[in-house]
Write a protein of this length. Sequence first.
Length: 100
Amino acid sequence: MSLPEVLIWRRLKGRRTDGLHFRKQHPVGPYVLDFYCDSAKLAIGIDGQSHGVGAQPGRDMRRDRWLTAQGIRTLRLSAAYVLQSLDDAVRMILHEAGGG
């Protein structure tokens, strides 16, 4: 896991008190999600710089469409945003998951 993923995981793993349970590196079909909240059907991706170059944006778009077809929403956060605004990033995740 990258540093931004480790920081997010440290904040999410103890969130069971608000009814949300997050999993890290969770497999769904042909994909492995950075984080997943099953009760909210929410995939969370922490995107490094490579997600904006070459063929990666197209792969991300195909993955997001596939997840949407499975009833799973995707929230993408840049690794830089997580490092600069960890508290805001966690609040955004919890809000999207319905627990914040």
